[in-house]
Design a protein around this ligand. Structure first.
Ligand code: GTP
Ligand code: MG
Length: 202
């Protein structure tokens, strides 16, 4: 008998390719294709997670230095939907003006974009639900955007920390469609996440 996340329920990714990078809402593609958006603080592992999900190590650019992704990057998956890699929020090492401009771009994108079918919110398992993360949850709930949570870098936690992190998340993200423990390095959580994503492109 299969487990609940047996890959017969998973989304199968057969092709993934970079599509476009945009720096302003006016440059976004037409809204005819559904998109699953990956959001989270800088350095939480968004770009690494996209590479892990697609199995293509160099699809999205990653870095150990926060602030690597500075544009809204679209990747076309299976020729039928997009994965969207966003710049991280809460990135301190840019000027106030640049920070405000990014904040405005990200919030208007999430608020206005009709073709978003799901926002996947990534949190670092070691520091779950920091103030900026709670603000993002409130923002998504206020705008009634469906969202799921991925706790990244799970490989860095002890057993005790794992349980604590889950408890914190379950208490502060009441409307999350799912909470998945993930490690892009070990592949833990990949099948489970792909099974969840499958629901949102049908
Ligand atoms: N141990 C561990 N490290 C990870 C994991 N995922 C990502 N990292 C590391 O975290 C760092 C940041 O990864 P990125 O994927 O570039 O993070 P990002 O969220 O895209 O960052 P920005 O583009 O700056 O917003 C890199 O050094 C990755 O190797 C993971 O599952 N486990
Ligand atoms: Mg990135």
């Amino acid at each position: 008998m299969g487990t609940p996340f047996d890959c017969s329920f998973c989304m199968k990714i057969t092709s993934a390719a970079f599509h476009i990078s945009v720096s302003a809402l006016s440059g976004l593609p037409e809204e005819s294709t559904p998109e699953i958006v990956f959001a989270g603080r800088s350095n939480v592992g968004k770009s690494t997670l996209l590479n892990s999900l697609t199995g293509l190590k160099a699809l999205a650019k990653t870095s150990s230095t926060p602030g690597k992704t500075r544009l809204i990057n679209y990747f076309l998956i299976n020729q039928e939907f997009y994965f969207v890699d966003l710049p991280g929020y809460g990135y301190a090492a840019v000027g106030q003006e640049q920070k405000a401009a990014w904040g405005h771009l990200l919030s208007s994108y999430i608020e206005e974009r009709q073709s978003i079918s799901l926002v996947v919110l990534l949190f670092d398992s070691r520091h779950p639900a920091m103030e900026s993360d709670r603000a993002m949850i409130n923002f998504l709930e206020f705008h009634e955007r469906p969202y799921g949570i991925v706790l990244t870098k799970f490989d860095k936690l002890t057993q005790k920390e794992m349980a604590k992190t889950r408890r914190i998340m379950e208490s502060c993200a009441a409307k999350a469609k799912f909470i998945v423990n993930y490690s892009s390095f070990s592949g833990k959580g990949k099948s489970e996440l792909l099974a969840h994503l499958d629901h949102y492109i049908r």
